[in-house]
Write a protein that binds this ligand. Structure first.
Ligand code: UDX
Ligand code: ADP
Length: 466
């Protein structure tokens, strides 16, 4: 079965870049990305590529190349579903904010809506692919909805979890470590559907990197990968606190253990805490699944990864307060970075949000600069936490387009995101414009301690004792 038309529901951080790369690598396939959010689709169609709704290195170039040829962005969801042989579901699955599983389970509301819509619209057989991170066994829920609401056409459900990391999405998609395709391996139709998707990826991914598994393994592998990665960050962050007390240097420890080929060097950068749309959500999902099977020890084990991460964020803001003579009330603190990591404008679960909230509770004034995050998003993030009114947030937190303006007259500066440009700043100039003593809290360990201290700063780096 050779696929000629694909529809992707959800034009977000996953759907957008993934479909752009599929369209680029498979010129013979028509790819339509749909979303109910009109503003978002307009931005995807904007001639000015600076207005694309998401920032991702390399994305704008691909969009220029294929948009209007075989990549289309539209709000006509029904039409796109109807015309496609293959439908990807890439809608968001936030953590539930109400009812059973509140704060832990994934909210599958949007997925269910999609499934019902596909069931209602489809007049021909379709392969439906879950792309969003989903808790195990979601595919069976999708299948049940489709089979019971459909017009008698056949649906094959596949799980094809996304392993792209934001900031490197295009490279991750072009050169994936592996592509995972879960399906119904026990029927001929299931096998054929998997093969159809395998053939799409084979246009650019080496055969041996495309793994086919049963659906549940595929779904659980996604949660497992993120849980293991998050666990490494929490583990090294736990060590960072010991380092600060003992005089060890966490970056030296990371390097030393990373050279052990059994451990490897990646995901060992101590930080102010991990963020992003996946890590926390996926672990909470895992915890919820474990609890629902009565596996309390398993649940506690994974929950600790989150507890450690929350502690790391609080510890960072506590340190700012205690270092600034136990009060930040009325003091201006500069924030460099708001995104959850560099090279993305995504702020979901970013450590900066919690650190800012803690400092605002202490009545600090915060001046934020982030190269890609808009002021509107920053206020939205704080509003979501809900500690203060928008009015109050606007009074105590200001967003700047110019980093030097943001850092002027501050008592202290906190680095929350590891944007490369922060390393290139004229730190001498920054120092001259600050109140003295000038404190610098490097939550990402990106500056050179010696150089910074030589300028005159009092420098605090995660995982480095004084
Ligand atoms: C993650 C997974 O990597 C990806 O495979 C999955 O599909 C989606 O979730 P992403 O959330 O985009 O990707 O970012 P990732 O690079 O994994 O970083 C997550 C967080 O951990 C960031 O806040 C990052 O700054 C932090 N981190 C990462 C550290 O603090 N230290 C590290 O060493 C690595
Ligand atoms: P992710 O990081 O998983 O891509 P995003 O929030 O960036 O998450 O993107 C998900 C997109 O899915 C949003 O733009 C949202 O408007 C869209 N979406 C959610 N539900 C539906 C639906 N039923 N039909 C179409 N689009 C939807």
């Amino acid at each position: 079965m050779q696929i000629k038309s694909i529809c992707c529901i959800g034009a977000g951080y996953v759907g957008g870049p993934t479909m752009a790369v599929i369209a680029k690598q498979c010129p013979e396939i028509q790819v339509t990305v749909v979303d109910t959010n009109h503003a978002r689709i307009n931005d995807w169609n904007d001639d000015d590529l600076n207005n694309l709704p998401i920032f991702e290195p390399g994305l704008a170039e691909i969009v220029t190349e294929v948009r209007g040829k075989n990549l289309h962005f539209s709000t006509e969801v029904d039409k796109a579903i109807d015309e496609a042989e293959m439908v990807f579901i890439s809608v968001n699955t936030p953590t539930k904010t109400y009812g059973k599983g509140k704060g832990m389970a994934a909210d599958l509301k949007y997925i269910e809506l999609c499934a019902r819509q596909i069931g209602r619209v489809a007049k021909s057989d379709k392969i439906v692919i879950e792309k969003s991170t989903l808790p195990v066994r979601t595919a069976s829920a999708i299948k049940s909805i489709l089979d019971n609401t459909g017009n008698g056409v056949q649906f094959q459900i596949l799980s094809n979890p996304e392993f792209l990391a934001e900031g490197t999405a295009i490279q991750d998609l072009l050169h994936p470590d592996r592509v995972l395709i879960g399906g119904n391996t026990s029927t001929k139709e299931g096998e054929q559907a998997m093969q159809a998707l395998v053939e799409i990826y084979e246009n650019w991914v080496p055969k041996e990197k495309i793994l086919t598994t049963n659906v549940w393994s595929s779904e659980l592998s996604k949660l497992t990968a993120n849980a293991f990665l998050a666990q490494r960050v929490s583990s090294i962050n736990a060590m960072s606190e010991i380092c600060e007390k003992t005089g060890a240097d966490v970056q030296e420890v990371s390097k030393a253990i990373g050279m052990d080929s059994r451990i490897g060097p990646k995901f060992l950068n101590a930080s102010v805490g991990f963020g992003g749309s996946c890590f926390q959500k996926d672990i909470l999902n895992l915890v919820y699944i474990a609890k629902s099977y009565g596996l309390n020890e398993v649940a506690d084990y994974w929950e600790q990864v989150i507890i450690m991460n929350d502690h790391q964020k609080d510890r960072f803001s506590d340190n700012i307060v205690s270092t600034l003579y136990n009060t930040v009330s009325g003091k201006k603190i500069g924030f460099l970075g708001w995104a959850f990591k560099k090279n993305t404008n995504d702020t979901r679960e970013s450590a900066a949000i919690k650190v800012a909230d803690n400092l605002l509770n202490e009545q600090a004034y915060i001046a934020v600069y982030d190269p890609k995050v808009k002021a509107e998003q920053i206020y939205k993030d704080l509003e979501y936490i809900g500690s203060r009114s928008l009015e109050e947030n606007k009074k105590y937190l200001e967003v700047f387009d110019n980093p030097y303006e943001a850092m002027k007259d501050t008592h202290g500066i906190a680095i929350l995101t590891e944007w490369d440009e922060f390393k290139e700043y004229d730190w001498e100039k920054v120092y001259q414009q600050m109140k003295k003593p000038a404190f610098l809290f490097d939550g990402r360990g990106i500056l050179n301690k010696k150089e910074i201290e030589n300028i005159g700063f009092v420098y605090y780096n995660i995982g480095l004792g004084n």
